[in-house]
Design a protein around this ligand. Structure first.
Ligand code: PEP
Length: 252
């Protein structure tokens, strides 16, 4: 089953407009410089979405946001709706990142509501899952990830509107990573749960990204695994050379 690799940058709460324009322009130039088999995505902070969209004009690099509300509009101070993201040029939204689950108490149920709303508006949802170090030490990694998939992924999700990102919480921004065997095991188990929930066809087509301290030097190891269909990249996505080297080293 050929799944198109997705190389996605999560810029988190970093950068002002000038830096965002510079980074997007560098990525645009590098993506155009040679034939690529993967899809590229950048997810800047809300404040830069329209600006970065303009900077990316003329490339296929997609634009995504890092969160959205589940309502279309209304009295939700500080929130941004899926339609507003579409209006800013987004085609993707990251949902349920562990930093949002931790900092904002986001539950599986809330992530699922957001994903339903995002899909309804026409956005592809990148739904993040992953275990904490304590859960890993207790041997709960696979169960935690399965439960997050069951609770966070809408029942009618499809491979066209949903991407899963497995990001062990303890690997995010720490330079630590699981072994390739560990990653493949979780991805294969996640695909099994997706098959039970959504049917085999959708599960086989759905992309499952790995995220957590991905860098040029380990990209090949993770991105060549059979059930890994791309990467969600934090720190290394803020330098165009590193972001592009991850795709280069994974030969996509
Ligand atoms: C992330 O937060 O999505 C992430 C994977 O971060 P990093 O690459 O910095 O570990």
């Amino acid at each position: 089953m050929a799944r198109k690799m997705l190389i996605a940058g999560n810029w988190k709460m970093n950068g002002l407009s000038a830096e965002g324009i510079a980074l997007a322009t560098e990525i645009k130039t590098a993506v155009k410089a040679k034939k690529r088999t993967c899809e590229f995505l950048v997810c800047p902070p809300f404040t830069m979405l329209s600006t970065v969209k303009k900077a990316l004009r003329g490339t296929k690099v997609a634009l995504g946001a890092q969160d959205c509300h589940f309502n279309e509009k209304g009295a939700h101070t500080g929130d941004v709706s899926p339609l507003m993201l579409i209006d800013s040029g987004c085609s993707y939204v990251i949902l349920g990142h562990s930093e949002r689950r931790a900092d904002h108490g986001e539950s599986n149920e809330l992530v699922c509501k957001k994903a339903i709303a995002a899909n309804k508006a026409g956005l592809k949802a990148i739904i993040c899952i992953g275990e904490t170090l304590e859960q890993r030490d207790r041997g709960e990694t696979v169960d935690v990830c399965k439960n997050q998939v069951l609770g966070s992924v809408p029942d009618d999700a499809t491979a066209l509107n949903t991407v899963i990102a497995y990001e062990p919480v303890w690997a995010i921004g720490t330079g630590k990573t699981p072994t390739a065997e560990d990653v493949e095991e979780v991805h294969a188990q996640v695909r099994k749960v997706l098959a039970k929930k959504l049917g085999k066809t959708q599960a086989n087509k759905m992309r499952i990204l790995y995220g957590g301290s991905v860098k040029p030097s380990n990209a090949k190891e993770f991105l060549s695994l059979p059930d890994v269909d791309g990467a969600l990249i934090g720190g290394a996505s803020l330098k165009s050379a590193d972001f592009m080297a991850i795709a280069d080293n994974a030969s996509c």
